[in-house]
Write a protein that binds this ligand. Structure first.
Ligand SMILES: Cc1cc2nc3c(=O)[nH]c(=O)nc-3n(C[C@H](O)[C@H](O)[C@H](O)COP(=O)(O)OP(=O)(O)OC[C@H]3O[C@@H](n4cnc5c(N)ncnc54)[C@H](O)[C@@H]3O)c2cc1C
Length: 377
């Protein structure tokens, strides 16, 4: 009988894993891919939504269109996971997996930050980006803060990208001179793995009068006074607050006992959890890489290679390299790239390719290849 691999979550990690298993092992495995949503949307598409560059429908890739031999997609909500027996319960049925892979991503805890639900906005969810698309056109003057509310958070460059894109958007509407933009980040530079990318962002901030507030997180908002409280006890006034919410594992993962100190610990070489034949990939883990789609994808690839070798009695593959290309929007349609490598050398490295229109095209092509590889057809 063929091995039944159940993958929970069809984001970057789950889609990469299922497509690689289909290509290599379609005759030897049965893959069930489960997600509560009907469509995949790239994380960075939230910017396109927020600034009205693209509509939600255009950016959706529907799971019903997946054409991958050996892979069956089920749109179901996972309600319980027993990692000891690899049994999964959904709102529609139960699954007994020979091999279980948890790729459920990170959820947001909006109410963890006092005042945020009442007075803040966010661009980290589709709903939040859609709300901003409605709200931004009426914002013509005042102070905007883009602030991180806790670590870890997805896509470390995203708050800086939001600031540079907001600057471009306000400039195009001729109201930039009446708006002050500040970015509050928990580090002394915008992208800790890359001094050169950080410098390029700081240069752009200086050129565009964007204020960088380093080594801080926003611990709360005071909606009555419109001030953001920082962890050092100081505060900043805002007219519009865009927060990067506190992240946490989905509740079903928390209840499963898989998480330790908030996230699922994994073997950094093959992404195995401490439960037999249970793996975890992407944002849901505490793997020593940033929470970003490209790292979730490379973790999906590493687990695929590991399972392919195991099922075929093949040679053990190279361990997870924690390496990925991260694209950064600088505004004016230009995109830069950091080739981050967290695990192969003695310390993380992040060589930087300066922003250009060519790299913006490369980012588009990169997304198109993923759609093709993950959905087929
Ligand atoms: C504004 C913004 C910009 C970004 N830009 C980039 C970028 O340029 N490059 C980059 O690499 N990353 C970027 N990211 C980060 C990227 O989107 C995430 O890190 C990535 O999606 C993580 O992949 P994943 O597979 O771990 O989880 P996800 O892609 O989040 O997938 C998890 C899946 O699990 C499903 N799920 C969760 N709970 C359940 C349940 N109980 N039952 C069933 N299904 C469930 C969800 O529906 C989801 O489809 C950005 C993120 C944001 C918010």
């Amino acid at each position: 009988m063929s091995t039944h691999i159940v993958i929970l979550g069809a984001g970057f990690g789950g889609l990469e894993l299922s497509s690689r298993l289909s290509s290599a092992l379609a005759d030897d495995v049965r893959v069930t891919l489960i997600d509560k949503n009907e469509a995949f949307v790239f994380g960075f598409s939230k910017f396109d939504l927020m600034f009205g560059r693209e509509g939600l429908e255009e950016m959706r890739s529907y799971y019903r269109d997946i054409i991958k031999p050996g892979v069956e997609f089920r749109r179901e909500l996972v309600v319980s996971i027993d990692p000891g027996t690899r049994a999964v319960e959904t709102d529609r049925g139960t699954y007994e997996a020979d091999i279980l892979v948890v790729a459920l991503g990170a959820d947001y805890n909006f109410s963890a930050t006092p005042g945020f639900v009442e007075s803040g906005q966010e661009f980290y969810s589709i709903d939040g980006a859609l709300r901003l698309r409605e709200l931004l056109p009426s914002f013509t003057s005042g102070a905007v803060i883009i602030g991180v509310l806790g670590e870890p958070f997805k896509c470390p460059p995203a708050p800086s990208e939001a600031a540079m894109l907001l600057d471009e958007w306000l400039t195009s509407r001729d109201v930039r001179s009446a708006v002050q933009i500040s970015v509050v980040l928990p580090w002394d530079m915008p992208i800790p793995v890359s001094a050169s990318a950080s410098q390029a962002i700081l240069d752009r901030f200086a050129e565009r009068r964007i204020t960088f507030v380093p080594n801080q997180v926003v611990t709360g908002l005071d909606p009555a006074k419109n001030v953001a409280l920082l962890r050092d006890g100081t505060h900043l006034a805002y007219d519009l607050f865009l927060g990067v919410p506190v992240h946490r594992v989905p509740a079903v993962v928390e209840a499963s006992g898989l998480a330790v100190d908030g996230w699922i610990p994994v073997d950094r070489g093959n992404l195995a959890t401490r439960f037999r034949d249970v793996y975890a990939i992407g944002d849901v883990t505490s793997a020593p890489v940033p929470k970003a789609g490209m790292f979730a994808e490379s973790a999906g690839r590493a687990v695929a290679e590991h399972l392919i070798a195991q099922i075929r009695d093949g040679v053990s593959p190279a361990p997870f390299d924690g390496a990925a290309a991260c694209y950064i929007e600088f505004g004016d349609h230009k995109v830069g790239r950091v080739d981050a490598d967290f695990l192969t050398g003695p310390s993380p490295t992040g060589p930087f390719t300066a922003p250009s229109l060519e790299t913006a095209q490369e980012k588009k092509a990169h997304a198109a290849t993923r759609r093709q590889r993950w959905f087929g057809g």
